[in-house]
Ligand binder design. Structure first.
Ligand code: XLS
Ligand code: CA
Ligand code: CA
Length: 445
């Protein structure tokens, strides 16, 4: 592989430029001008976009009912290591042309599983050495690493929650190597998504034991990571189901409770995925706010689900209204530090052109650029933050303040009801707030 062969896989795609809202060029940004400053930061610094390795370079368009539909030139090599190297060339070509500052990967996305633990690790290290060179050449950084602990048949009953300790040992080997290479590549976070860390039926499951095992496993991973110099954030990515019927990291609230129970909350935060929120019957905003309120909003898997069906469609995010609400929470939380917006999103099966990979990312980056701009304007405008503040004014002084400060007994509070009579009705102003958001959305710059 020649690390500088940057035009081999997408020869018809130029470096994607910002051309502004009037451009009709499908291969140009309309809103994402990476150097534009909003508030104190450039769009690039605010949004911290990452491309994911798995959907973009490993996917082939297959689904449970049909084979692959995408022809990917980098997947055509017969030898798995040659394929992995070609895939990496294609990956960095896309990152550079798209202007995405970060990428994320699972160990097995980047390099093939070998016939032994040692061979798998050797394969990974070979590819990581190449990734290091590519990162140096291009300035593209690793946002997070993770391990695929759900595809291999050995993980059919889970990884860290497997009823067989010999399987957990294999997960340990993968996570140990995964942490080492994440440190080597300078990754800011390390993610755990518990795909099969759940159950199909309680009739064969000791749930309490399995949850304690995963707590213990994370503790071991945390301790090893810290020992080898990983100073970043460990992230749990909640999802309620699929592929397990029930997943233990059901949603943000469940994962936060779990982390506190096992005293992991100082080292772990959450990676919130929009589509997983949908599957948990929450909104994306709900999951972000829950994580932010706990001081645990680490990173975001930016995609979109479908409210009409119950699976993980992982569509590219284009719903501006949902993005505005998400960006308001992210901005009010102070923005990202080590995490960012990772496009854990895939093309539709019938989007078969290679350039569709660019078109999809461009649309999502534009939508977030616009969403950030609107969210910033909503916050600067001040009406909505003020309405929210005023709604809780009764707690700023008097009995409300005493209540918040823990200075009242239940009897004293009850006494207050007797004295103050029936409270005045105060409107929640939802329609007004929605109108203000629309006014700001529709009124352009
Ligand atoms: C699957 C998850 C997965 C994680 C990384 O639904 O989204 O891709 O993001 O393991
Ligand atoms: Ca995800
Ligand atoms: Ca998903």
């Amino acid at each position: 592989m020649s690390p500088s062969s940057t035009d081999a896989y997408f020869p018809s795609v130029p470096k994607i430029a910002y051309e502004g809202p009037k451009s009709d060029n499908p291969l140009a940004f309309k809103f994402y001008d990476e150097n534009r400053v909003i508030g104190q930061k450039t769009l690039k610094e605010h949004l911290r976009f990452a491309v994911c390795y798995w959907h973009t370079f490993c996917g082939d368009g297959s689904d449970p009912f049909g084979m692959g539909t995408w022809q990917r030139p980098w997947a055509e090599h017969a030898d798995p290591m040659d394929r992995a190297k070609a895939k990496m060339d294609a990956a960095f070509e896309l990152f550079v042309k798209l202007g995405a500052p970060f990428y994320v990967f699972h160990d097995r996305d980047m390099s093939p599983e070998g016939s032994s633990v040692a061979e798998s690790e050797r394969n990974l290290r070979t590819l990581v050495e190449l990734a290091k060179i590519k990162q140096q050449e291009t300035g593209i950084k690793l946002m997070w690493g993770t391990c695929n602990l759900f595809s291999h048949p050995r993980y059919m009953n889970g990884a860290a929650t497997n009823p067989d300790v010999n399987v957990i040992a294999h997960a340990a080997a993968q996570v140990k190597a995964g942490l080492e290479v994440t440190v080597e590549l300078g990754g800011g976070c390390f993610v755990f998504w518990g795909g099969r860390e759940g159950y199909s039926t309680l009739l064969n499951t000791q749930m309490k034991r399995e949850i304690e095992h995963v707590g213990r496993f994370f503790e071991m991973a945390r301790d090893y990571g810290r020992r080898i110099g990983f100073t970043g954030d460990f992230l749990i990515e909640p999802k309620p189901m699929e592929p397990s019927k029930h997943q233990y990291d059901f949603d943000a609230a469940t994962a936060i409770g779990f982390l506190r129970r096992f005293d992991l909350h100082r080292d772990f935060k959450l990676n919130i995925e929009a589509n997983h929120a949908t599957l948990a019957n929450h909104t994306f905003a709900h999951e972000l706010q829950t994580a932010a309120d706990a001081g645990m909003l680490g990173s975001v898997d930016a995609n979109r689900g479908d409210y009409q069906n119950g699976w993980d469609t992982d569509q590219f995010p284009t719903d501006l209204y949902q993005i505005v609400e998400a960006m308001m929470i992210i901005l009010e939380n102070g923005g990202f530090t080590r995490g960012g917006l990772n496009f854990d999103a895939k093309l539709r099966r019938n989007s078969t052109d290679l350039e569709d990979l660019f078109i999809a990312h461009i649309g999502a980056m534009d939508a977030f650029a616009k969403g950030l701009e609107i969210a910033h304007r909503v916050i600067e405008d001040g009406r909505i933050p003020r309405l929210r503040e005023e709604r809780y004014r009764s707690f700023d002084s008097g009995v409300g303040k005493q209540f918040e400060d823990g200075e009242l007994t239940l009897e004293q509070l009850a006494d207050h009801a007797a004295k103050s009579g029936e409270p005045a009705r105060t409107s929640g102003k939802q329609e007004l707030i929605e109108n203000i958001i629309n006014q700001i959305c529709f009124s352009g710059e």
